[in-house]
Design a protein around this ligand. Structure first.
Ligand SMILES: *[C@@H]1O[C@H](CO)[C@@H](O)[C@H](O)[C@H]1NC(C)=O
Ligand SMILES: *[C@@H]1O[C@H](CO)[C@@H](O)[C@H](O)[C@H]1NC(C)=O
Ligand SMILES: *[C@@H]1O[C@H](CO)[C@@H](O)[C@H](O)[C@H]1NC(C)=O
Ligand SMILES: *[C@@H]1O[C@H](CO)[C@@H](O)[C@H](O)[C@H]1NC(C)=O
Ligand SMILES: [Zn+2]
Length: 429
């Protein structure tokens, strides 16, 4: 059995144990310096020249709730809040009709390219014969074969984007202590079911620290392997829980797990939900179980390099070693003359940031739910013990593009299990 197929097997086993463990599964090592290879291969994606016209406030209507008049959004972590979302892979026969209608309208208008779904195999995705992943029509970012100009890949010169994938999870607590102590804002590309399992950590990042929140899908699938309706569900529910938990704010950015995005998936995110993908141009490999020293060493190497473009570094809040590696590297940014800013704020125009419909975490929300009062941020209270203490629902994953093509020879595959008891195992396959 190849390490890749073993990894897939192990992945399935682990995903079946989410009720027992916080599970972290990682794929093969990816290349750290990606932008070099891609400058010369940049190509236009085959997307419509202008997006399907959406009226101001229309996206917000997709997420409005019926019960706003009866006391506003449910408190984050309360039973009503928890009950409002799927506990696992969404049932695509029960999606809000408004989402489905908008997807159908976009398909009918010809703005969602008809690209076949991929099959997940060998730790990556495969298109049917005859479909070229690096063609302008497909423009897959997976394996970095195509950089769509509609995605964000680079930071401005001299800047480092601070952001973390896959939370909120138990190791996030230590990271948030560190960020707060250093007065450093960050962007959290959150997995929906991990928000559902860790409402206190969500509240801490958003409400207490004022950090930026972005979408990393509901259950962390390979998005190009899904049918349109399931892409819709993965993005829609993650937006919904963030919307409901931030007084009606709508995320402006998302990050595809494994960097697995193509023009079909890209178009659904943009046409239906008005979201832009943020990829990355450097990968610490922290998701492989790399040691903090190794993570720090990778980062040091990039900081010594050219300051153009700025760095969008793939980092995770899913294990103690990921967090430790970031904390050890952090002083190097300033020491080497780089400025650090939360990813979503950094790549946005001044005065705008992580939200489509608000300037920031405290300003007014525009296009707010019709007929409803947008409440103040509600923090979790002791009235919601079941979910505030329950991190068993935190599933997981990793985000990372797999190895680059040039890097496809056997590389270590690692996975980490962090059990609630603190038990941790690192298996090198
Ligand atoms: C970033 O740096 C590159 C290379 O030095 C330069 O060509 C470019 O103009 C810079 N961009 C900005 C916005 O200053
Ligand atoms: C789409 O998002 C942008 C911010 O990225 C926002 O300015 C614009 O108003 C949004 N469009 C709609 C239709 O909500
Ligand atoms: C948030 O945005 C509002 C405008 O909507 C602005 O008045 C306020 O100063 C902003 N707050 C911060 C902290 O930037
Ligand atoms: C924790 O969450 C899991 C998954 O949602 C659920 O099955 C379990 O009953 C919850 N445990 C408690 C104590 O609420
Ligand atoms: Zn991820």
């Amino acid at each position: 059995m190849s390490s890749s197929s073993l990894r897939l097997l192990v992945t399935s086993v682990l995903l079946a144990t989410v009720s027992v463990f916080d599970v972290v599964v990682a794929g093969p090592v990816a290349n750290g310096a990606l932008q070099e290879r891609h400058h010369s291969h940049e190509m236009r994606s085959a997307l419509p020249g202008s997006w399907f016209h959406t009226e101001e406030g229309e996206v917000h209507k997709l997420f409005r709730r019926q019960n706003l008049d009866a006391g506003g959004y449910p408190a984050v972590g309360s039973p009503a809040w928890t009950a409002a979302y799927p506990s696992g892979t969404p049932d695509n026969t029960k999606l809000p009709q408004a989402w489905v209608d908008k997807l159908n309208a976009a398909v009918a208008a010809g703005t969602i390219p008809n690209i076949p779904q991929t099959t997940v195999t060998n730790g990556g995705t495969v298109y049917p014969n005859g479909v070229q992943r690096d063609s302008p029509e497909v423009c897959s970012a997976d394996d970095f074969v195509c950089r769509s100009p509609d995605d964000v890949w680079d930071a401005p010169n001299g800047t480092v984007a601070i952001g973390f994938d896959d939370g909120p999870l138990q190791p996030s607590g230590q990271l948030y202590d560190f960020l707060a102590a250093n007065n450093q804002k960050a962007t959290h590309f959150y997995i929906g079911i991990n928000i559902l399992g860790n409402p206190d950590l969500f509240n801490r990042a958003y409400a207490t620290m004022g950090d930026d929140i972005a979408v990393h899908t509901w259950t962390h699938p390979y998005m190009t392997s899904l049918a349109n309706i399931d892409v819709l569900a993965q993005l829609g529910y993650t937006m919904q829980i963030i919307h409901d938990s931030t007084g009606g704010r709508l995320p402006r950015y998302w990050r595809p797990p494994y960097g697995d995005i193509d023009n079909r998936v890209r178009a659904i995110a943009k046409q239906v939900f008005n979201m832009t993908a943020i990829i990355w141009n450097h990968d610490t490999g922290d998701w492989t179980g790399a040691s903090p020293d190794k993570i720090k060493g990778e980062i040091q190497g990039w900081l010594n390099g050219p300051k153009s473009p700025g760095l969008i570094i793939l980092e995770h809040e899913l294990s103690a070693s990921c967090v430790q590696g970031f904390m050890e590297a952090y002083p190097l940014f300033a020491q080497n003359g780089w400025t650090t800013t939360s990813t979503a704020t950094l790549v946005s125009a001044p005065g705008s940031g992580p939200w489509q419909n608000a300037a920031n975490n405290t300003g007014p929300v525009t296009g707010a739910a019709v007929g409803g009062v947008v409440p103040a941020i509600v923090t979790t209270s002791s009235s919601a013990p079941a979910t505030t203490t329950n991190s068993t629902a935190a599933a997981a994953a990793t985000s990372t593009p797999k190895k680059s093509r040039a890097d496809q020879t056997s590389r270590p595959v690692a996975m980490t299990l962090a059990a609630l008891s603190g038990f941790a195992a690192l298996l090198l396959l």
